[in-house]
Ligand binder design. Structure first.
Ligand SMILES: NC(=O)c1ccc[n+]([C@@H]2O[C@H](COP(=O)([O-])OP(=O)(O)OC[C@H]3O[C@@H](n4cnc5c(N)ncnc54)[C@H](O)[C@@H]3O)[C@@H](O)[C@H]2O)c1
Length: 288
């Protein structure tokens, strides 16, 4: 079947944001499936230890330090992947960051940083790798990490929610553009996962650091709620399980479990849209 990857063994996977959290779990799972793995991340040391751990477990893995906000670095990553392993079959555009705050108070630098990583990072990945995948003309798959934030609504995290809606839309567009060819597309929408996203600021570039805020308390409140929530979140390996299944089935939407609070919030939002009515369902806030 077109766009369906039956076999992962001996194929090559590239993962951005691979040094931590969901990206690390994806890399470990792909290695366990017998894939060759290219780990890409902006953080050099955790990236190298992730590579070493995979290599020690017997996997074929390389690490390429990559800042996804820089298109040239994605082109270099694609070249390094092809040079090392001859082809690329799975691309996970997964690197992402988070900021909080009321939309009228969030500094422009926050919007820029989050959009640069979460939106431009995915665009750069698609532009560097999809032409190679089409040229190869064998089954391949792109997985973009959005979020349940991409299918729901909430106050106090506008930059993040907007960015994840953009990733959802881009993934749907890509799916439709590629559906008659060898490249499948999935969009991963995790709920709350136990990762280091609550400390995303560690990777903020100096020129986009926040200046003095008029009222830092609201920012701090949401950001500390995120840290608490993620500490009790699902293990990232659950996301890796869902992603492998979705690649096998060429399933576009990878959502949280049906019946859970995030799916209820998504359903309520869709119903409000269908009826053109004001938000009525649970506005799922971070920490719920
Ligand atoms: N943790 C959650 O609850 C959750 C929920 C929904 C979606 N997500 C999404 O999952 C993805 C992975 O995040 P995570 O939760 O594993 O967080 P994490 O902080 O543990 O991992 C993110 C990785 O991305 C890397 N990164 C940051 N900026 C980068 C850049 N410019 N270039 C390359 N790499 C960069 C970081 O160094 C880190 O290793 C993100 O897109 C995030 O938005 C996370």
């Amino acid at each position: 079947m077109l766009g369906r990857m039956e076999e992962l063994r001996d194929r090559t996977a590239v993962v951005t944001g691979a040094a931590s959290g969901i990206g690390l779990a994806l890399s470990q799972r792909f290695a366990a499936e017998g894939m060759r793995v290219v780990l890409a991340d902006i953080e050099a040391e955790p990236l190298e230890s992730a590579r070493r751990a995979l290599a020690d477990s017997g996997a074929e893995a390389i690490a390429v330090q990559t800042d996804v906000t820089q298109p040239d670095q994605l082109s270099a990553l694609a070249q390094a992947s092809v040079d090392a392993f001859g082809a690329v079959h799975v691309l996970c555009n997964n690197a992402g960051v988070f900021t909080a705050g009321a939309s009228w108070q969030v500094p422009r630098s926050d919007y820029e940083w989050v959009f640069n990583v979460n939106i431009w990072g995915v665009i750069h990945g698609i532009q560097a790798f999809v032409p190679i995948m089409l040229e190869q003309d064998e089954p391949a798959h792109v997985v973009n990490t959005a979020s349940m934030a991409g299918v729901t609504r909430a106050p106090m995290a506008s930059a993040y929610y907007m960015s994840k809606h953009a990733v959802l839309s881009l993934s749907e567009t890509l799916y439709l553009e590629l559906e008659n060819g060898p490249v499948g597309v999935s969009v991963l929408c995790p709920e709350v996962i136990n990762t280091r996203i609550g400390s995303a600021d560690r990777n903020r570039p100096p020129h986009l650091k926040r200046g003095e805020l008029d009222d830092p308390s609201t920012f701090e409140l949401v950001e500390s709620a995120l840290k608490q929530a993620t500490a009790q979140g699902l293990d990232p390996s659950v996301m890796a399980e869902r992603v492998v299944e979705a690649i096998h089935d060429n399933q576009l939407y990878i959502l949280s479990e049906a019946g859970g609070a995030w799916r209820a919030a998504c359903d309520a939002r869709l119903e409000d849209l269908r009826l053109a009515r004001n938000p009525s369902g649970p506005a799922l806030a971070l920490g719920n």
